[in-house]
Design a binder for this molecule. Sequence first.
Ligand code: UD1
Length: 353
Amino acid sequence: MTICSVVGARPQFVKAAVVSHALKARGVREYLLHTGQHYDDDMSAVFFDELGIPAPERNLGIGSGSHAHQTAGMMAALEQAFLDLRPDRVLVYGDTNSTLAAALVAAKMHIPVDHVEAGLRSFNRHMPEEINRIVTDRLSHFCFCPTRTAMQHLASEGRTEGVHLTGDVMLDATRTFAERAATRRPLISLTRHEAGMFALATVHRAENTDEPGRLASIFDAFGRLDMPVVLPLHPRTRARLEDMDVPDNVDVIAPVPYLAMLTLTREAAYVLTDSGGLQKEALWLGTRCITLRDETEWTETTGGGWNQIVGADRDAILAGVSQAPRGPVPIFGAGSTDETPSEHISRLVAGND
Ligand code: UD1
C-alpha cells in the first residue's frame, strides 16, 4: 500500500504530522507532497522541523496566485507526481486550494482519494474554503468526519457510504504536542507578557483582510481591550496593515511556530480569531474564544458560550469578550475511545478494517 498525502498550508502540516505517524505504525508507505502554497520559512519549514515530519518527497513550489492560477498550477504538478509515484490512494486534509487540487486530479486519474476533516460546512459559499470542502467531499472515497455534525451534513446531502466518524485529528495534535510545548521556551520570552494578562489574536481570512471596513473595525475593537493583544500576523494581513493605524496595545509579531502557538493559546486570557482550527485549540486548552467571523463550521464549540461568534463589528467583539464565561471547557472531537482519530483513519486507509 502506497499513499500520497498532499499538504500545502500551515494547518495541514500539523494534521499530517499525527496521521503520518499512525500510517507508519501500520506499515503504509507514504509519500508526502507539498504543493508549496505556504512557502515562507515561518509558514512552512519551521513546522516540518518542529513536528518531526519527514521532508516532503516533492515540493511542487506553486506558491501564491489567484485561486484559478494557484489551483491549476497545483493540478498540473500533482498529475505528474501521481504519474511518477503511482499511489494506491491519495489523502487530503481540510479545505484549502491544495486539498481541492489534489482531489480533482486523483479522482480524474481514478485513484481513490480520502478526505480528512470531511463534512464541515459554514453554509457560506462566499468562502473559497466552502467550495473546496463541498467538491472534495463529493469526490472522496472515504470521508473522515471529525464530529457527528459533519456526518449529518453529508447525510443531508445524500452521502452516507464511505463516511466514518473518526474524531478530530487536531485534537490528537493538540494532545501530542501541548505537553512538548510546555517544556519549551518560557512564555515571557515569547510575548513580554505574563500568563493570563494578554489576549491572543489572529486575522487572516479573506472576508476580513480584503474588506477594509471589517479590518478597521476589528482593530478598533482590539484597541479598546483593557490588555495587550498579541497578534502573530499572517503575511497577507501584514500587507493590509501598511495603510492602517495599529492601536498601541497591539503587539504585532511574526507568525509563530506551532508549539509556541499552543503555549500562547493556553496562557492567553482569551483568543480572538478568524481561524478555523484555533477556535478548537483554544477550547481544548481551556481558553475562551471570540470568533471574528459571521459563522463557524465548528458548532460544537458554541455551546455554553465558550466560543462567541461575533463577526467583525466592534461592539459585538467587545460584547463577546465581556460575555465569554469562565470555568472548565468541554472536550469534543475525541471519536471512539479505543483508538485515536489518527489511528482510526490509518486503519481505514491501510484497508485493515
Ligand atoms: C490558506 C487557506 C485557508 C487556511 C490558511 C491557513 C485557501 C483558499 N485558503 O489561506 O483556508 O486557513 O491557508 O493558514 O486555500 N503568503 C505569503 N507567504 C506564504 C503564504 C502566503 O506571503 O508562505 C501571502 C501571499 O501574499 C498570498 C497570501 O498570503 O497571496 C494568501 O495566501 P494563500 O495561500 O492564497 O491563502 P491563505 O490566506 O494562506
